[in-house]
Structures are given as structure tokens and as C-alpha cells.
Design a protein around this ligand. Structure first.
Ligand SMILES: Nc1ncnc2c1ncn2[C@@H]1O[C@H](COP(=O)(O)OP(=O)(O)OP(=O)(O)O)[C@@H](O)[C@H]1O
Ligand SMILES: [Mg+2]
Length: 395
């Protein structure tokens, strides 16, 4: 019996996947396209800075920032890739050291990843970080080239591990004779840029390039170019691409979101064995992505945030809305029952603001006349069930 199901699914794979996607990989967020429309200025500026590496000079360090999905990672990797191709063709030595510091969670792993990108072998544990660093410097000097180190999503790293490593890296060239290191720092958090130690900021951001969000027309061009390679001709119905672009433009012009919409719409069409991707599929994709996002943001909340959210759900389930005071009482009760100490009312009030910013609840301030102001808190109705389900056991 189960064999029949598998056979049927495999048959389905054969017939449908060949009809919709020619190459699904092209819509993958990590795929670097050969052409990045509407980023000509950013590409040019970055290339102008880095090109001196071909003459063996040290390029300035660069800080790239802009909202999520504005093409920072894609542009950095694209320019460095092209530069390395050029270097290889003229016999210059340039290597890329790309590190996504959100994914590598310790300084040891970050330094090892940088060092291994010029071929140094570093054991996964066991050495002191200073020793790995020293080996990296020696290896660099023996190699004698320009190492372009891309520190992506660098705000995550610094928030976790502090800025010691950055401080070291921005001064690394003082220790090198035959080699050079150029840093490209990338972040989508403007507050992080502002909060950097001024010395680190001025050395890391010798040049700063700000990536503006895309508008709907620009997203349309980006999607169109990727869709032509990713899907079979004629599979995408008219209006689908502009609809994805319009939805993503509403979300501050996030190209990743636009690509996700198109990819998931294609996957839904495939599942439904539809010969075409339609606007209906995009609408469904939008709901699926939204659910995924909400799910993710709830399950990754820290404990006290979860407890506050759960308190809000419990109160509003019976009476529709809640005030800050009621939430605080309920929250304290929940937390104490689990054997923890509640946070102060002020912290809980901040958490309520954060939950509001995450889009999980609505909190509006209303005046109570001479009693001052209070917040009227509601759970977004479409989320109430999901939240309740996910927070059944607080952990
Ligand atoms: N101009 C463009 N042309 C084609 N694809 C693009 C363009 N800009 C962005 N993309 C694509 O959109 C997706 C998101 O871009 P990217 O990863 O570079 O964003 P980001 O600015 O680094 O975002 P985050 O801050 O979230 O890391 C990637 O798949 C990328 O290839
Ligand atoms: Mg990025």
C-alpha cells in the first residue's frame, strides 16, 4: 500500500516538476545572479574601491547597510567574485573570505572560517583564538595577496561577542608585510551602525554605502530576470510577476520576499498539478509565508516575552482586550507558577511594545482622563489561534 503512494508521488514528481520549474535553484536566496538590475551604482562604487587590489594596493574598508532584501549580500559577493575572476586572468592574488556571522556563532568559528578561506586548516576546537589568529596572519604573509573579508550580518556577531575581533581586524594591516586585508562589513541594522565604537566605525566604514529599498517597478525587473531562467516559458500567467513585486514593495521593497513569493507560488502550482502559476497561487504563497514568519517569530521569542504574549492571549480570549495592568498580573501569575521571578512592570511594558512592533499584537495608548494613560492591547485576531497553539507549554 505505502509503496503505491510513493510510486504515485514519484510519478507526480516526474510529470509536474518538469513542467513548472526549469531550474528552481535560481530562485534560491543564496544564488548569485550574473546580473543585478538597479544596483549599478552600488556595484560601481564598491568595485571602484576594491579594484586597487588588482595592483596590489590595500582597498579601503567598506560598510554596507540598508534594509533586509536590498541586495547587500548579493552585490558584495558579485563584485568580489568578478574581481577574483579578473585577478586570476592577470595573475594577481585576491581571495574572498565570506563569513555569515549570524550562522557562525562563536569568535573561534568566525576566525577559523576567515583563516580557512585562504587555505589554512584549523581544527574545529582546541586552539586558543589568539593562536588561530596568529596562524592566519602568518599564512596571509606567506601567501602575499589581498584577502577581501566579508563579514555579513555583523550586528548579530557584535551583539553576541562584542567588538574585540572587529577592533583587531581593522588594524590587521599593521601586522602584515606582504599581504593586505580589506574588510566589507554588512548589516541591515542602522542602530547597530550608530552604536559601534566610533574608532571601529571610522575604520570599518572608511567608506559607507547605503542600499535604498527597491520600488515595485525595480522588483518587477529583478523577478522577471530570475523568472525567465527559473521557469519554463509560458508557465507564469500574466500579472503574476507584477503582483509579487507589488506585495513585496509594500513590505519596504524586499527582493528576498518577492523571490520567495514567486518560488512558493510555483511550488504550490506544482503541488496542485496546475500547468500555470496564477495570481491565486501567489495569494496562497503570501499566506503560507506569512504563517511561516509568524510561527518563526513566536517560537524564537525569549521566555518572558512568550509569557507576556501568553498572558495577553489568555485575557483577551475571554474579554477581547487587555490593559497593561491586567497583563502584568496574569504574566506574574504564569511565571511564578513555573517557579520563576517576574520582571518589573516597566520591563513588561517594554515587552508589550516589542510584541507590537513584531506585529503579533496591537497596543494603542488611550487616555483615562485624570488617571493618566493606559494601553489597550489586542491580539491580532488571525493570529490568536496560532499563538495559543504554539505557547501551550511555556518553555
Ligand atoms: N538587484 C537585484 N537583482 C537580482 N536579484 C537581486 C537583486 N537584489 C537582491 N536580489 C536577490 O534578492 C535576494 C535578497 O538579496 P540579498 O540577500 O542580497 O539581500 P540583503 O540586502 O543582503 O538582505 P539581508 O539584510 O536580509 O541579508 C537574493 O536572492 C538576491 O539574489
Ligand atoms: Mg544579506
Amino acid at each position: 500500500m505505502s509503496k503505491d503512494i510513493i510510486d504515485e508521488l514519484v510519478e507526480g514528481l516526474k510529470t509536474t516538476s518538469t513542467r513548472i520549474f526549469r531550474n528552481r535553484e535560481i530562485l534560491h536566496p543564496e544564488y548569485i545572479p550574473d546580473d543585478l538590475p538597479h544596483r549599478e551604482n552600488e556595484i560601481r562604487r564598491l568595485a571602484e574601491i576594491l579594484v586597487v587590489a588588482l595592483k596590489g594596493e590595500r582597498p579601503s574598508n567598506v560598510l554596507l547597510y540598508g534594509l533586509t532584501g536590498t541586495g547587500k549580500t548579493a552585490v558584495a559577493r558579485y563584485v568580489v567574485k568578478r574581481l577574483i575572476e579578473k585577478a586570476n586572468s592577470i595573475g594577481a592574488k585576491i581571495e574572498e573570505g565570506y563569513v555569515n556571522t549570524r550562522k557562525l556563532d562563536t569568535t573561534y568559528r568566525v576566525v577559523s572560517a576567515i583563516a580557512s578561506s585562504i587555505g589554512l586548516r584549523v581544527p574545529p576546537t582546541g586552539l586558543a583564538i589568539s593562536e588561530v589568529y596568529r596562524r592566519y596572519i602568518n599564512a596571509l604573509d606567506n601567501w602575499g595577496g589581498t584577502h577581501i573579508v566579508i563579514l555579513d550580518e555583523i550586528d548579530y556577531y557584535v551583539r553576541r561577542e562584542g567588538d574585540d575581533l572587529l577592533y583587531k581586524l581593522v588594524r590587521i594591516n599593521e601586522e602584515l608585510k606582504n599581504s593586505r586585508v580589506a574588510l566589507i562589513g554588512i548589516t541591515n541594522d542602522i542602530n547597530f551602525v550608530e552604536s559601534l565604537d566610533p574608532r571601529v566605525r571610522s575604520s570599518l566604514g572608511e567608506v559607507e554605502i547605503v542600499f535604498p529599498p527597491y520600488n515595485a517597478e525595480q522588483l518587477f525587473d529583478i523577478l522577471k530576470q530570475r523568472a525567465e531562467k527559473a521557469f519554463y516559458p509560458g508557465v507564469i500567467e500574466d500579472g503574476v510577476i507584477s503582483f509579487c513585486a507589488a506585495l513585496a514593495a509594500r513590505e519596504h521593497g524586499d527582493a528576498r520576499r518577492a523571490l520567495d513569493l514567486l518560488r512558493v507560488a510555483g511550488e504550490i502550482a506544482e503541488r496542485e498539478k496546475s500547468p500555470r502559476v496564477t495570481i491565486e497561487h501567489v495569494k496562497k504563497a503570501n499566506i503560507e509565508l506569512e504563517e511561516g514568519r509568524v510561527h518563526q517569530s513566536i517560537i524564537t521569542l525569549p521566555f518572558h516575552q512568550k509569557a507576556v504574549l501568553r498572558a495577553i492571549v489568555e485575557i483577551t480570549r475571554s474579554k477581547g482586550t487587555a490593559t497593561t495592568g491586567e497583563v502584568y498580573l496574569k504574566y506574574s501569575e504564569l511565571v511564578k507558577n513555573l517557579g520563576f521571578e517576574p520582571l518589573t512592570q516597566r520591563r513588561v511594558s517594554e515587552i508589550i511594545n516589542q510584541l507590537d512592533m513584531l506585529g503579533l499584537i496591537n497596543a494603542t495608548v488611550t487616555s483615562r482622563g485624570r488617571y493618566g494613560v493606559t494601553k489597550i492591547i489586542k491580539v491580532k485576531p488571525e493570529l490568536a489561534k496560532t499563538i495559543e497553539e504554539l505557547l501551550k507549554d511555556l518553555k
